[in-house]
Write a protein that binds this ligand. Structure first.
Ligand code: ADP
Ligand code: MG
Length: 620
C-alpha cells in the first residue's frame, strides 16, 4: 500500500496536510528527519505512516504515559497493531508485550525513554530489525526547553548500541532556534531534512476581554456554548477551587486539576474530562502536557499567564481537530501583580547564583511585560503572537477580537506629551502607577509623599478615564517612546524617541475601540461558534444524535469519544448524511477499519434520524 492508500484506509483522510508528505517522503528515502509543526498539525501521521511501510519495527519515544496510551489507543481503533512499553504495565504484561513484539505483531511500539537501556529491552532490540526511531516531543532533549527530560539523553546511547543505525526522526511544536539546534546536535541527526510549517493556527479565534465580573463572563460564555468541551486556566489553586465550585453550583459539569490534589484525584479528573464525562476542566498550568483530546472547543484564561510561550501552548490545546475553536483571555489588573509575585518568589531559581538569578528574573519580567502588551494591543492579536515567535503575520486576520472590533483612530499626542513630561520632570524615578496617578490627579498618600501633587503635570489628564490612560501608557511602551526598566524597581524612562515628543515634534495616533464595542456582550453578537456552527438546524439535531451514539460506543470500548470519531468527522457526517457504505467512506476520518467496526451503527442512526425528521418538519 502506498502512503495515500494508508491515509485513506486506516485514518480515513483524503489529503495530506501541509508538510506531512515532505516529512513522510524524507523518512521513506532513509534520511533523518526533523519536523517542527504547531500543535494539532498532525505530526503523528508523519512517523506512523512510514512505520507501516518500512519492513522492520518503528520505536516511538514519548515522554508521557498518557500520550502513549492515547496514541496507541487511536492506532488500535484504526486497526493498526501497536503497543506501549512503560511503567504502567505490570512485569508480566511487559514480558507478554515483548514476546508479541518479537513475534512481529507490532509495526509500531511506543517506549518510555527510561526503558531504552534496560537489559531486556536491549536484548529485544538486538533480536529484531529496528527500522526507525521516532522521537516525539523532541524538545524534551533540550535544557533550554520548558520540558527538559534528562531521560531523553538515553535515546542517543540507545541508538549507538544498535547493530544497524535506524532512520532517526524527531518531532516537536517548539521552534526556537536554540531548541532546534539542540535536537539536531544532541540526537546526532545526520544531514536531516528539516521541515518547519508556520505557527499559525487559523482555526483558533483569539480574544481578550477585561470584564468587571470575571466569573460572570465565564458563566455567560459557558451558557452560550452548550455541549462544548473546554478548559479554563487559572493562575492559582485557590482560583481553580473557586471557579470550579461556582460552576458546579450553577449546575455545569466541571472538574478540576492542580498540583495540590492527590495523584488519584488528578488522574480521575483528567479522565473525566478526556472521556467527556465532565464538560469543563478548570485547572492551573499543571494540566495539559500530554493532553491530545482533539475536541476541546474553547480555552478560557481566567487570568493572564506569565508569558506568551505559556499562553500559546495552553490556548493551543483548543481545536486540535482543525475545527473552529476559541481562545479567550480575561484580563484583570490584579493578574500582573500576581505574576510579579510569582517571579519574585520563584523557587526554581533559589539554587542559582545571585547574578544568574537576577538575569533570569529580568528575563521573566520582560516576558511578562510582552504578555501584558498582548492584552492591551489594539492590533491583530494573531499578528502579535506570530511576531512574538519570530514569524510575519498579516496585519488583519479577521478572526480575533481586535480584527472584529470597530476601532477609531484617535490622536493621543497631548496625552503622550503629558505622560512623557511627567516622567521627565519627576526625574525618571517612578513606576507606571505613580505616573498615571499623577497625570490623573489622584489624591493618595503615596502621591503626597512623593510630592507629585506639586508636579507641573499633576491632574493634567484628570478627565480621561484610568483604563484609557493605561492603554496609552502601554502603547507608548510598545512603540518605544517610554521604556520601563526590568530590574527590581520597574521605573519608567524616557527614550530618545520620547524626548522628541517633549520638543513638540511629531504626533501619536493610536487605534482605540469605539466605546460600545468593548462590552463582552458585543463580542458575542452575531457570532455563534459552537462545534456545530455552520450546520443548519436540522443537521445540528443529527450532529447531537451522532455525538450521543459516539459517547455510547466510547463507553463500551472504554476509549475517549474523540478516538472513536473526532468532532470534525461527526460534523462532516452530519452534513453528508451518508446512506450507504460508500458514502460513509467518503466522510473525512472514516477509514475502512473504523467503518467495519462502527459504520453500520452510524448508518442506522442516520436512518432513524431521517425518519424522525420526516415526521417532524424542521424549519431552517
Ligand atoms: P500533533 O502531534 O502535531 O499535535 P496530531 O498528530 O495529534 O497532532 O494530529 C491532530 C489531529 O489531526 C488528529 O485528530 C489527527 O487525526 C488529525 N489529522 C492528522 N493528519 C490529518 C490529515 N491529513 N487530514 C485530516 N486530519 C488529520
Ligand atoms: Mg503530537
Amino acid at each position: 500500500m502506498d502512503k495515500q492508500e494508508i491515509l485513506k484506509r486506516y485514518f480515513g483522510y483524503d489529503q495530506f496536510r501541509s508538510g506531512q508528505e515532505t516529512l513522510i517522503d524524507s523518512i521513506l528515502s532513509g534520511r533523518d528527519t526533523l519536523g517542527i509543526m504547531p500543535t494539532g498539525a498532525g505530526k503523528s501521521l508523519c512517523f506512523q505512516i512510514p512505520a507501516l511501510m518500512m519492513d522492520g519495527i518503528t520505536l516511538v519515544i514519548s515522554p508521557l504515559i498518557s500520550l502513549m496510551k492515547d496514541q496507541v489507543g487511536a492506532l488500535n481503533q484504526a486497526g493498526i497493531h501497536a503497543a506501549f512499553l512503560n511503567s504502567s504495565l505490570t512485569v508480566s504484561q511487559y514480558y507478554k508485550a515483548l514476546e508479541y513484539a518479537r513475534a512481529g505483531r507490532y509495526p509500531i511500539i511506543y517506549v518510555a525513554p527510561e526503558r531504552l537501556l534496560a537489559e531486556e529491552f536491549l536484548d529485544f532490540a538486538d533480536q529484531v530489525k529496528i527500522s526507525m526511531v521516532a522521537v516525539d516531543e523532541a524538545h524534551c532533549i533540550s535544557q533550554w526547553g520548558q520540558d527538559f527530560r534528562p531521560s531523553y539523553l538515553k535515546i542517543v546511547d540507545f541508538i549507538e548500541r544498535l547493530r544497524e543505525r535506524p532512520v532517526v526522526s524527531a518531532f516537536t511544536a517548539t521552534a526556537t532556534s536554540q531548541v532546534r539546534d539542540d535536537i539536531v546536535r544532541i540526537l546526532g541527526l545526520r544531514e536531516p531534512t528539516v521541515m518547519t510549517t508556520g505557527f499559525d493556527r487559523p482555526n483558533l479565534y483569539f480574544g481578550v476581554l477585561s470584564p468587571k465580573d470575571k466569573y460572570g463572563a465565564v458563566k455567560n460564555y459557558v451558557d452560550t456554548h452548550p455541549g462544548d468541551s473546554g478548559i479554563i486556566y487559572c493562575l492559582t489553586r485557590k482560583q481553580v477551587e473557586d471557579v470550579c465550585e461556582k460552576l458546579r453550583a450553577d449546575g455545569i459539569s466541571a472538574t478540576r486539576y492542580h498540583a495540590g490534589l492527590s495523584d488519584g484525584e488528578r488522574k480521575n479528573n483528567q479522565d473525566d474530562f478526556i472521556y467527556d464525562r465532565a464538560r469543563i476542566m478548570v485547572a492551573t498550568n499543571a494540566f495539559g502536557m500530554g493532553i491530545d483530546k482533539s475536541n476541546v472547543r474553547f480555552v478560557l484564561h481566567y487570568s493572564m499567564p506569565k508569558n506568551m510561550e505559556s499562553y500559546y501552548q495552553e490556548a493551543g490545546r483548543a481545536g486540535r481537530d482543525g475545527e473552529p475553536a476559541e481562545c479567550i483571555l480575561l484580563y484583570g489588573g490584579q493578574d500582573v501583580i500576581t505574576n510579579q509575585l510569582f517571579i519574585e518568589n520563584n523557587q526554581d531559581n533559589q539554587e542559582l547564583d545571585p547574578a544568574t538569578r537576577a538575569i533570569v528574573m529580568e528575563r521573566d519580567r520582560e516576558r511578562l511585560r510582552k504578555m501584558t502588551f498582548y492584552c492591551f494591543t489594539n492590533e491583530c492579536l494573531r499578528d502579535y503572537i506570530l511576531r512574538y515567535f519570530g514569524e510575519y503575520g498579516g496585519n488583519y486576520c479577521g478572526n480575533c477580537s481586535n480584527c472584529l472590533t470597530q476601532f477609531e483612530t484617535v490622536d493621543v499626542t497631548e496625552m503622550a506629551r503629558a505622560m512623557a513630561g511627567c516622567v521627565e520632570s519627576s526625574g525618571q524615578r517612578y513606576g507606571v502607577n505613580v505616573i498615571l496617578d499623577t497625570v490623573h490627579g489622584a489624591n493618595t498618600a503615596k502621591i503626597r509623599q512623593y510630592r507629585m501633587d506639586g508636579n507641573p503635570y499633576y491632574g493634567r489628564l484628570a478627565k480621561t478615564p484610568t483604563f484609557r490612560l493605561r492603554q496609552v501608557m502601554n502603547e507608548l511602551q510598545i512603540r518605544g517612546y517610554l521604556a520601563v526598566t526590568v530590574d527590581e524597581y520597574a521605573v519608567v524612562k524616557l527614550t530618545e524617541l520620547g524626548k522628541t515628543l517633549l520638543n513638540g515634534e511629531g504626533s501619536v495616533e493610536m487605534k482605540l475601540a469605539k466605546e460600545a464595542e468593548r462590552q463582552p456582550k458585543a463580542e458575542k453578537k452575531g457570532r455563534k461558534k459552537t462545534a456545530a456552527a455552520g450546520l443548519s438546524q436540522a443537521d445540528e439535531s443529527l450532529f447531537e444524535r451522532l455525538r450521543a451514539l459516539r459517547m455510547e460506543i466510547a463507553r463500551e470500548e472504554k476509549v475517549p469519544p474523540y478516538i472513536v470519531f473526532s468532532d470534525k468527522t461527526l460534523l462532516h457526517m452530519s452534513a453528508v448524511k451518508p446512506a450507504d457504505r460508500e458514502e460513509m467512506l467518503s466522510v473525512t476520518g472514516v477509514g475502512e477499519f473504523k467503518f467495519s467496526r462502527y459504520g453500520e451503527r452510524f448508518l442506522a442512526e442516520i436512518g432513524k434520524w431521517r425518519i424522525d425528521a420526516a415526521k417532524e418538519p424542521v424549519y431552517d
